[in-house]
Design a protein around this ligand. Structure first.
Ligand code: HPA
Length: 278
């Protein structure tokens, strides 16, 4: 498996996408586990299965459809990833974040990233939505940072700033939309672990002490690369289950997919509201 991807390979993917559509999207949306249905909101879509694209890793996880849906939503041209790729599937971090590099070569300026997450904050319940205000890059602290390797100077600097990984102006807009629509919105810190095993109660007590409100297995690598390339980022976690801090409950992928049905309409309303304000 190749550890890094070259600019030439990234451009081959961008070219393959340009060849399939006249759309020139400005906003990308990544749909997490159980949130595929959000792509149905896209009007006049051009659909590209991941498998049609060179170098593009294909998701092996149930609940991740694995295709691009490019089209119109609330007056914006959007590039929706219906399904994503995870590190635990055996892909390199460069592969996991290839879609972000391709977005950047396509001229996409803004990323809305979503995921399913366990609620570490005891105030969170399944079905809740958390706007991500910051993240703990635990997976990166142990060496799995997508920017590991030669720096691609065309995108950004060797040592990119992460002091404002998530866009504060967009947060203000989301708060306004949530208040308008009467959507209860948590705000908190997301922590990314590699997975695929869920956490032990001791893991979860540690994460809680470290300041995490929600835990999952994605998003942080994508956001790191998005910020390296100067994109504005907005992130949401759909809380699919309560973290099992005392070992009294069991976590399953089925409940993650089930909670998505409650979360998707709230996320759709928030995203529509934000897109309308752009
Ligand atoms: N832990 C990690 N990842 C997750 C969880 C969880 O409890 N729920 C959904 N994704």
């Amino acid at each position: 498996m190749q550890t890094f991807l070259t600019l030439e390979q990234i451009d081959q993917v961008a070219e393959a996408i340009r060849a399939r559509t006249e759309y020139r999207p400005r906003v990308a949306i990544i749909l997490g586990s159980g949130l595929n249905a959000l792509a149905e909101a896209v009007r006049n879509p051009v659909i590209i299965p991941f498998g049609d694209l060179p170098h593009w890793p294909v998701s092996t996880v149930e609940g991740h459809v694995g295709r691009l849906v490019i089209g119109e939503l609330e007056g914006q041209t959007v590039f929706v990833m219906q399904g994503r790729i995870h590190f635990y599937e055996g892909y390199t971090m460069a592969q996991v974040t290839l879609p972000i590099r391709v977005m950047q070569r396509l001229g996409i300026e803004m990323l809305i990233v979503t995921n399913a997450a366990g609620g570490v904050n005891p105030d969170y319940s399944p079905g809740d939505v958390m706007m991500i205000t910051d993240h703990l890059n635990l997976i990166g602290m142990f060496g799995a940072n997508p920017l590991y390797g030669p720096n691609l100077d065309e995108f950004g600097p060797r040592f990119p700033d992460m002091s404002q990984a998530y866009d504060r102006e967009l947060h203000e807009q989301v708060r306004r939309v949530a208040a308008e629509k009467g959507i209860d919105l948590h705000e908190g810190v997301y922590v990314c672990l590699s997975g695929p095993s869920f956490e032990t109660p001791a893991d979860l007590r540690f994460l809680k002490m470290a300041g995490a409100d929600a835990v999952g297995m994605s998003t942080v690598p994508e956001v790191t690369v998005a910020r390296h390339g100067g994109m504005r980022v907005l992130g949401f976690s759909g809380i699919s289950n309560k973290a099992n801090l005392d070992g009294s409950t069991v976590t399953s992928h089925e409940e993650v997919l089930e909670a998505g049905k409650v979360i998707a309409p709230k996320l759709e309303a928030l995203m529509r509201g934000v897109l309308r304000l752009l």
